[in-house]
Design a binder for this molecule. Structure first.
Ligand code: A3P
Length: 273
């Protein structure tokens, strides 16, 4: 009886907003929204719905401001946030470390050429006057020299950014998720994520179905909705047709590094010079 009373007043069991235990740091256009929506199906994970942009944009507002952007949780639930620009912003790793050196980091990567085309497609949807992808990606109008200063290409040099993170965090605090497998076998990738976060394997094959109209896996039910649903229409856009020769050239190792060896967790060994 007395322990029951104690539980009622134990502040740890009260719902409160807490700083994140897990950050989904990027990479932009690799499937970060899909991963967030899939992980938060887990009853022991609660996530901020929008990108908070705390560590790069709103850092001066302080940790209390950040904490208030988080959803309420009870003891045992993980708090999570995703802002893909964290991965590529140089000031972010040390700031995250300062908040919580034990934080767990999730990173989704995908073939950097596909990622670049996806990034381009997003920009083009906002500005139809944009040059063609092939024009932006190469210097001097031939497929000789790749323009590595073009943002969509530059972000694909994952090793360069990863190096900064690994100056602050040991590899065991980071899980690299395959953006490709998140599409082809979401449950398998979600098992890896749940194991990494020490969560019970609650999210399984049963949560997903492949929607052939959308061309992507969708959720049968989630925290907020009990009916089947896919991600919004800004996720899974159709890409413009890109010259095959351009794709071949961009896919050469020297531009992006050997980005995705057999095991995505080996990516840190890639030489980014
Ligand atoms: P495209 O829209 O170019 O196809 P992010 O959420 O990081 O911006 O990534 C967007 C990409 O996630 C999409 O790029 C799409 O390919 C990919 N994706 C992965 N799983 C998806 C899913 N279940 N539904 C829709 N898009 C998904």
């Amino acid at each position: 009886e007395s322990s029951f009373k104690y539980r009622l007043v134990n502040p740890q069991n009260l719902s409160a907003r807490r700083l994140p235990d897990v950050l989904l740091i990027g990479v932009k256009k690799s499937g970060t929204r899909a991963l967030l929506e899939f992980v938060r199906v887990h009853p022991d994970v609660r996530a901020a719905g929008c990108e908070v942009h705390f560590f790069e944009r709103h850092y001066t507002f302080g940790l209390n401001w950040y904490r208030k952007k988080m959803p309420p949780t009870v003891t045992g639930q993980l708090t999570m946030e995703k802002t893909p620009s964290y991965f590529v912003t140089s000031s972010v790793p040390s700031r995250v470390y300062k908040m919580n050196p034990k934080i767990k980091l999730l990173l989704v990567v995908r073939n950097p050429v596909t990622r670049a085309i996806s990034d381009y497609t997003q920009s083009f949807s906002k500005n139809k006057d944009m040059k063609k992808f092939e024009e932006l990606s190469f210097v001097n109008g031939s497929y000789e020299l790749v323009d590595t200063s073009y943002g969509a290409i530059k972000i694909g040099v994952y090793a360069k950014y990863l190096e900064r993170w690994l100056k602050w965090f040991p590899l065991k605090q980071l899980l690299i998720v395959s953006g490709e497998r998140l599409i082809s076998d979401p449950a398998a990738e979600l098992y890896r994520v749940q194991d990494f976060l020490n969560l019970k394997r609650v999210i399984t094959e049963k949560h997903f179905y492949f929607n052939s109209t959308k061309g992507f896996p969708c959720l049968l039910k989630s925290e907020s909705r009990s009916t089947p649903h896919c991600l919004g229409k800004t996720k899974g856009r159709s890409h413009p047709k890109i010259d095959r020769k351009a794709i071949e050239r961009l896919s050469e190792d020297k531009w992006t590094g050997r980005w995705f060896p057999t095991n995505p967790n080996e990516i840190q060994t890639v030489d980014s010079t």
